[in-house]
Design a protein around this ligand. Structure first.
Ligand code: FES
Length: 224
């Protein structure tokens, strides 16, 4: 089956976490903690097919306010596909990116709303994480390994995009006007820290010619 993440068609199967599907398909999604239910950057809005997903678990309910849940927000590392069907989701990082590109003024209200919803749940979230800690719910070695893997994957994507860009220039393919190696590096690193990835760029800025591939850098560090 396939599902749609940020307008990208992604291969998926029942039993898979939304986060894993997004990462495998390089769809733009946040995962600072490597998918261990800690960082809360993997928020996604389920636009279609919410009933096909696992119901929100207790940890998810401890982190998501009633309002966010009612709006269809889920945590991609804690939500799995239970039944096949049409599922469409938009990740929070992609939503922010789209706002930034189309109407940056919305960001203030969005940030205030998300900040408030996190504040409302803060005591419950902390309580749940303490409980997890006390009951051995955290495998620190696994978390460390997941985070390292996430960062490593992102660096590979980022550096791969940078190297490919330089290779194009080295082969004598002129960079588009205004694109320099320094800028390529800046864009690649910027992608890592700002949550702008190759695929989200491809989705919103389809390359029009071979030069445009220089823009289609990859990487995310904390995003897929
Ligand atoms: S909470 Fe960190 S990836 Fe979901």
């Amino acid at each position: 089956m396939t599902i749609t993440i940020n307008n990208r068609t992604c291969e998926a199967a029942t039993g898979q976490r939304l986060l894993d599907i997004a990462r495998t398909n390089h769809a733009h999604i946040g995962y600072f903690c490597g998918g261990n239910g800690i960082c809360q950057t993997c928020y996604v809005k389920v636009l279609e097919g919410a009933e096909l997903l696992s119901p929100p678990s207790e940890p998810e309910k401890a982190m998501l306010s009633d309002r966010l849940l009612a709006e269809g927000t889920r945590m991609a590392c804690l939500a799995t596909i239970e039944k096949p069907g049409t599922i469409t989701i938009l990740s929070a990082v992609e939503e922010v990116k789209q706002m930034f590109e189309t109407d940056p003024l919305q960001l203030t209200a969005y940030s205030a709303k998300m900040g408030w919803e996190a504040l409302v749940k803060f005591p419950e979230t902390v309580g749940m994480q303490i409980q997890r800690t006390l009951t051995g719910g955290f495998d620190l070695l696994q978390i460390f390994s997941d985070v390292v893997k996430a960062v490593t994957d992102a660096l590979q994507l980022t550096l791969g995009g940078y190297v490919n860009g330089n290779r194009e220039i080295g082969r004598g393919i002129a960079a588009p006007e205004g694109i320099t190696q320094k800028r390529l590096a800046e864009e690649s690193l910027g992608a890592m820290f700002n949550g702008c990835c190759r695929n989200s760029q491809e989705a919103s800025h389809q390359p029009k010619d071979k030069h445009a591939t220089l823009h289609a850098h990859s990487g995310n560090g904390v995003t897929a």
